[in-house]
Design a protein around this ligand. Structure first.
Ligand code: PMP
Length: 395
C-alpha cells in the first residue's frame, strides 16, 4: 500500500456540498427503487422544461457546418457582444458599450465567480441576502472572503430592506449580492426599493453584484435593475444569461455587463481560466438574442399560467404561499405540518415520489419552507398537487 494522500486545500475541504445535490442523489435512488409504483415527478430541478427554439439550435448546427470550431476572442465574438448590448437596450433600457462593458461567460455561474474573484481580497465581506442561489457563498469563500448572510422575510415579500442592509455594512464590505428575481423565493425588488437602498449605498464603496438571470421572468410587472438608476449603474455588475430566458441551460452562455474597469479585470481571469465561451454556443446565442424575443414571451406566458395553477392549488390545500412575482419557483411555508423542511421533503419523496427542495438548502431563513419549481408541464403540476393533498391528509 502506498502512503500517498492527495493534498486538498482547506478551502476546498471546507466547502459544503449543495443541499440540492443531496436531494437529486436521493431522487436517482428513488428512480431505481420505485416504491409506490408512481412515476417520480420532480419539482426540484431549476431549469426550463422547454427545449431551445429550433432556429437557435439550427444556428449552432450551421456554425459547425461552416467550420467555426476554433477559439473566439476572449471576451466573446464581436457580433455576440453587439447583439447582447442591443438586447439589453431593447428589453431593459440599459446601455452598454459592446467593446468594453460586456463579457461573454460560461453561464451566469462564471460571471458571478469572476466578479467575486476580481474584487474580493482575503477577509473582505460580501453581503448575501438569503434564502438565495447556493453558489454565492462558496464563490466568496473560495476567494478568501467572508459571506455575510441577511435573512429576507416572507412578511417583507422576501425583499432586502434598507434597515437590514444598514445593519450589516462594515468598512470591509466590498460587494452586495442582489439575487432578484430570486431563486428560490420568487421575490423581486422594485424601483422604489432600490431608490431606498441607493441612499445607503451612495456614501460607500460597495459594488452591486446583481444576478438578473431571471430578468425575463417577472409576472404582472416589468423587471427593474439597480443599473436602471443612473447613480447606481457605475457600481453595478449585472449577471445575465440565456439559460432561463431562452431555455439554453446546456449551452453554457452567460454575460457580465458593467463598468469597463471591472469587466477588464474579469476578462483577465476569464482569459486564464476559460479562454473563451464555447464557440458553437456563441453562434447559437447570436441567433437567440437577435430572433428569440417571441420565444421568451411564449415561455413566459406559459410559466405564468403554471404559476397561478400552483399558487391556487397550494392555497386550496392550506399551504401558505407568498404570491411570487419572479423566476419559476414557489416557496410555500410548511410550518403548519410541524415537519422540518428536510423531513417534509424526505417523506414526500419516499411516500409520494414527488421531489421538492428543502428551503434550508438556500441558507438562512429557508427552514420552514420548501422550493417548488413550476418549469414542468401543467399536467405534472396537477398530479403533484394531488400527491401533496394525499400526503397532507395522512399527516
Ligand atoms: N443565478 C441563479 C439565481 C440561478 O438560479 C442559476 C441557475 N440555477 C444561475 C445563476 C446560473 O445559471 P447558468 O446556467 O447561466 O450558469
Amino acid at each position: 500500500m502506498s502512503n500517498f494522500i492527495i493534498p486538498i486545500s482547506d478551502k476546498s475541504k471546507n466547502l459544503q456540498p449543495s443541499g440540492i445535490r443531496r436531494f437529486f442523489d436521493l431522487l436517482e435512488e428513488q428512480k431505481n427503487t420505485p416504491n409506490t409504483g408512481k412515476p417520480v415527478i420532480s419539482l426540484g430541478i431549476g431549469e426550463p422544461d422547454f427545449l431551445t427554439a429550433w432556429h437557435t439550435r439550427d444556428a449552432g448546427i450551421y456554425s459547425l457546418e461552416k467550420g467555426y470550431t476554433k477559439y473566439t476572442p476572449n471576451a466573446g465574438l464581436t457580433a455576440l457582444r453587439n447583439e447582447a448590448t442591443a438586447y439589453m437596450e431593447r428589453r431593459f433600457n440599459l446601455t452598454y458599450n459592446p467593446k468594453t462593458e460586456v463579457l461573454v461567460t460560461v453561464g451566469g455561474s462564471e460571471a458571478l465567480d469572476l466578479c467575486v474573484r476580481a474584487i474580493v481580497n482575503p477577509g473582505d465581506e460580501v453581503i448575501i441576502p438569503q434564502p438565495s442561489f447556493v453558489a454565492y457563498a462558496p464563490a466568496v469563500e473560495l476567494a478568501g472572503g467572508i459571506p455575510v448572510p441577511i435573512e429576507t422575510k416572507s412578511e417583507d415579500l422576501f425583499k432586502l430592506t434598507p434597515e437590514q442592509l444598514r445593519n450589516v455594512i462594515t468598512p470591509k464590505t466590498k460587494i452586495l449580492v442582489l439575487p432578484f428575481p430570486c431563486n428560490p423565493t420568487g421575490g423581486i425588488m422594485e424601483q422604489e426599493d432600490y431608490i431606498e437602498l441607493e441612499k445607503i449605498l451612495k456614501d460607500t464603496n460597495i459594488v452591486l453584484l446583481s444576478d438578473e438571470i431571471y430578468a425575463e421572468l417577472t409576472y404582472g410587472q416589468k423587471h427593474f435593475s439597480p443599473a436602471n438608476i443612473p447613480s447606481l449603474k457605475e457600481r453595478t455588475l449585472i449577471v445575465g444569461g440565456l439559460s432561463k430566458s431562452h431555455a439554453m441551460t446546456g449551452w453554457r452562455i452567460g454575460f457580465a455587463y458593467g463598468p469597463s474597469e471591472l469587466i477588464s479585470q474579469m476578462t483577465k481571469i476569464h482569459q486564464y481560466a476559460i479562454m473563451s465561451a464555447p464557440t458553437t454556443s456563441q453562434y447559437a446565442a447570436i441567433d437567440a438574442l437577435r430572433d428569440g424575443d417571441e420565444d421568451i414571451l411564449r415561455m413566459h406566458d406559459e410559466y405564468d399560467r403554471r404559476r397561478r395553477l400552483l399558487i391556487d392549488g397550494l392555497a386550496r390545500l392550506g399551504l401558505q404561499c407568498f404570491d411570487a412575482r419572479g423566476a419559476f419557483y414557489l416557496f410555500p411555508c410548511i410550518r403548519s405540518t410541524e415537519l422540518s423542511s428536510e423531513d417534509f421533503c424526505m417523506r414526500l419523496i419516499n411516500e409520494e415520489n414527488l421531489a421538492v427542495i428543502p428551503g434550508n438548502a438556500f441558507g438562512v431563513g429557508g427552514e420552514g419552507f420548501v422550493r417548488m419549481c413550476y418549469a414542468v408541464s401543467a399536467d405534472s403540476l396537477r398530479e403533484a398537487l394531488v400527491r401533496i393533498e394525499h400526503f397532507l391528509k395522512r399527516l
